[in-house]
Design a binder for this molecule. Sequence first.
Ligand SMILES: Cc1ncc(COP(=O)(O)O)c(C=O)c1O
Length: 397
Amino acid sequence: MNWTRIYQETLVAERYAYFDTGAAAPPPAPVVAAVKTYLDKTASLGTYLPSFRKEVYQNIELTRKKMAAFLHADAQEIAFTKNGTESICLVARGIDWQEGDEIILPDTEMLSNVSVWHLLAKEKNLTVVPLKANPEGIIEPESLRRLITPKTRLVSFVALSNVTGAVQPVAQLCHIAREAGVLSHVSASQALGMLAINVREWQCDFLSACGRKGLRAIEGSGVLFVRESLIATLSPALVGWWNSTLDPQSGQVLLPDTAKRFEAGCPNVPAVISLDCALDYANAIGITTIEARCRELTQYALTQLAGLSGFEAYGPANAGNRLGIIPFNIRGVCPDKLTAWLEQQHIIIESGHFMASAILRTYQIEKMARISLHYFNQTAEIDRLVSAIAEFTGAQQ
Ligand SMILES: Cc1ncc(COP(=O)(O)O)c(C=O)c1O
């Protein structure tokens, strides 16, 4: 693989060593170019020029097929959304909840996979059942099995944690749920584009993701997978001209029997175009090559960072259980100050609580710094990062 070309197509790299894919990856140059071309056309042709619009809508269906192939799903099981949160909420707000239903929610989750379940529980008299991950942030399949009761309706968990970088045993968890007749939702916002996703092997019922992280599409892009047999059972939380018709005779609202029923209103065409191009970009490299490169870089970064005095990483000790994300603290160093200083050195990382109070409690910390890398990063950038951290901590201690 020509990693130098890929690095060059990552324009941010001209100015910054960028380690914040966990928030959003910089889209590669061809993705930006595709979106710009579309926007230029809307300016010169008019967004709704009939022949242009027809072509745009046909292309959306081609992107749907491409996304489906990437996830090993069928095109009819794919809806485009504006982000991971919207996809999760479409699932949560669409299920025909019965009073007393139980939702199993691990303590590994960020707010977008927490708040909606608690709100629903209050509104519909459901119970959110907490699942404690092991000290490294891995959800152990047996812990899930133990919590399932006849009232369990759904389990919702992250595939790749935005906080610890832990890669969860997704297939095992979904299989346990399936055997027990429990619905499974996989939050794959970090995983999409970084980790091979196969919804058939995983056997999940729902999968949500944004496009702007591992996949490197633009902000405002997201996807929802709904298993075909469940589409008709999920009520669309958002509805309008794009996803419904009104039967003049009966006055009934008619909905598509595909996942398009979860898309409402004017599609976010620039975002879908960015997804299309980002899928081509990822496919050209190959998802297994991407995953392997990310594993290598993660391992390299961990090894280099471990040499820093006072360095403490959180999450899986075995680097094989972690991908792309390294949360850490340096004893005696404020992570916010470190992050701000690194920015002055043109190195981007993030610090904060990452909306993960349970994980912070486990490690008894309030904040951490987080390095999140991707295949476009280079070992030389990691070396520069490690030297810069050493320089800052040396001055602080
Ligand atoms: C694991 C996980 N799930 C869900 C989300 C929410 O995605 P979005 O910001 O696109 O709504 C994020 C975003 O940080 C995430 O990391």
